[in-house]
Design a protein around this ligand. Structure first.
Ligand SMILES: Cc1cc2nc3c(=O)[nH]c(=O)nc-3n(C[C@H](O)[C@H](O)[C@H](O)COP(=O)(O)OP(=O)(O)OC[C@H]3O[C@@H](n4cnc5c(N)ncnc54)[C@H](O)[C@@H]3O)c2cc1C
Length: 497
């Protein structure tokens, strides 16, 4: 006889107690007709929630792996997630294109770079899976979907040739990617159910996911599946209540850099199933002008100038990355608004002001700091003192003793007219937290096992990112884990027949 562990006996005892103590509540049986529907010919082999990068890739891969009937439920009347806002850089190594371009790289170096970026807090197994699968993922996007990439570029950190930029051809690279994926999915017969907002997963009495409920224009509906459901609804950046709860009140003041449709269905759908959520306070931020969506990144990354709030007070060490500067703006200023003050020597100012003008976005330019201060409604004496303090500290070698310190490695004086004031706000790019997945994209429970039939991919899934990400690794993650989820659902559907 197998020896029962104390834990097993306790579990069995508690389950019996709970079932009898709360009949019809925690242990409610799945409805008979739901169970029948999940086995009927009408059930889909695979259901995907969300027509973003990860969802479209999961649906396409499910079909290519043998699934016959595959549906995507999308809450909007078109793809409307962060993917369409994305520049379209995908971070990877070892793809055929990279090898053709003579780029030498190794799995070990790539893995290490991803782990270092997360301060070694990313899930090692998921990071290893990303590392192993991204070469074939990039090849698949190019060869099977027809996505065209530009020449491989160097990543900002570490300076390796890992950025594969999708050619946007007049739109963002991310939008181009989504358009190509929608076309590929339609070609394969994937059923698109637009304006279907998924709001509840349906389980059988073994807590296996057998379907989903959605709100559609003609009422509430149920959809059933043999292979499983993939949550690919993005993160919760556009849900202020969740941002407040999981990250903090200050973060809910951040402007939204991307989609307003990423409202946390990854959390609300998986929470009732005892899913384990990880990295819930982690997210990516960047500067933005909320009104016109101009990204003033270039100036903030230029290594020139100082940053002040609307009263003229410095609040952040200017050497920091744009991610930290964006977060600090929401954390340390009352309005989440600030100015970068630079002079005519700033190398990128021409480019930047050109982009501002193209997008009808206001910036200010004046021949003296006092005149600039008047234009931006700051007391001229205050801004003049900021600039003088900075220039004097630079001369005396005491920049690091300022409050806050300024740690530029190669500081430049703010001396040459004209002077510029470039506005920015802190913005939320995407949240990193969500239900933890394993290397098969299966959602994990608090007890440490997989929820049968439930997968997550892209920004909906938790575990891959912490603190920051190497530029291009989010679309890369959507590609790698979208493909895995698609294959797994197809295999499950096949096994169920
Ligand atoms: C400005 C900006 C630039 C970026 N640039 C890059 C880049 O160059 N490289 C990179 O790697 N990453 C980039 N990112 C991040 C990248 O866009 C995301 O990581 C990626 O889009 C995630 O894809 P996804 O499929 O997980 O989710 P999304 O693309 O956000 O798609 C989610 C979809 O799910 C739908 N949905 C939500 N809830 C429901 C529901 N209940 N029922 C049905 N449907 C639902 C949404 O409407 C949406 O269509 C950028 C992000 C921003 C904002």
């Amino acid at each position: 006889m197998t020896q029962l562990s104390r834990r097993t006996i306790l579990k069995a005892g508690m389950a019996g107690f709970a079932a009898s103590a709360f009949p019809g509540i925690a242990f409610a049986k799945a409805k008979k007709e739901d169970k029948k529907a999940a086995k009927s010919a009408a059930a889909y082999d695979a259901i995907v929630l969300g027509a973003g990068a990860a969802g479209l890739i999961a649906a396409i891969t499910a079909v290519d792996s043998g699934a016959k009937r595959v549906a995507i439920l999308e809450q909007m009347d078109r793809p409307n997630g962060n993917a369409i806002y994305a520049l379209g850089n995908i971070c990877g190594w070892g793809s055929k294109r990279q090898i053709r371009q003579g780029i030498k790289d190794t799995a070990e170096d790539f893995y290490k770079a991803m782990m270092v970026t997360s301060n070694w807090r990313a899930d090692p197994a998921l990071t290893r899976t990303y590392t192993n699968d991204i070469p074939s993922g990039l090849d698949w996007l190019e060869e099977n979907i027809g996505i065209e990439f530009g020449k491989v570029k160097k990543a900002p950190y570490p300076r390796e040739w890992r950025i594969n930029p999708i050619l946007g051809k007049g739109i963002t690279g991310g939008s181009q990617m989504v358009q190509m994926l929608v076309a590929a999915a339609k070609k394969r017969g994937v059923v698109f159910l637009w304006q279907h907002r998924a709001d509840k997963l349906i389980t059988d009495d073994h807590e296996r996911v057998i379907g989903v409920e959605a709100v559609a224009p003609d009422g509430r509906k149920k959809f059933f599946t043999k292979g499983g459901v993939t949550i690919a609804t993005g993160g919760f950046s556009a849900n202020p209540e969740m941002v407040d709860k999981y990250i903090g009140g200050w973060a809910s003041r951040l402007a939204i850099r991307g989609s307003l449709s990423t409202t946390g269905a990854n959390i609300s759908l998986a929470l009732p199933l005892n899913a384990k959520f990880v990295n819930m306070d982690q997210f990516h931020a960047g500067p933005i002008i909320a009104e016109t969506h101009v990204n003033p990144n270039e100036v903030l990354n230029s290594g020139y100038g100082i940053i002040v709030d609307l009263r003229g007070k410095r609040f952040v060490d200017e050497v920091n990355t744009y991610v930290i500067k964006a977060k600090a703006c929401a954390q340390n200023t009352i309005e989440n608004k600030a100015w970068a003050i630079v002079d005519a020597d700033c190398k990128v100012i021409g480019n930047m002001t050109h982009r501002f003008e193209l997008l009808n976005t206001k910036y200010y330019k004046a021949d003296s700091i006092e005149a600039l201060a008047k234009d931006i409604n700051i007391d001229p004496a205050v801004l003049k003192k900021d600039v003088d303090d900075y220039n004097n500290a630079l001369k005396n070698g005491t920049l690091k003793q300022m409050n806050p310190p300024c740690s530029y490695r190669q500081p430049h004086p703010i001396a040459k007219a004209p002077f510029f004031a470039i506005p920015y706000e802190g913005g939320m790019t995407a949240t990193f937290g969500g239900p933890l997945i394993n290397t098969k994209a299966e959602v994990q429970t608090l007890e440490g096992h997989s929820i049968p039939g439930l997968y997550a991919a892209g920004n909906a899934a938790g575990g891959l990112f912490f603190r920051d990400y190497i530029g291009g690794a989010q679309l890369g993650g959507a590609t790698v884990f979208g493909r895995i989820a698609g294959r797994e659902m197809a295999a499950r559907a096949k096994a169920a027949k």
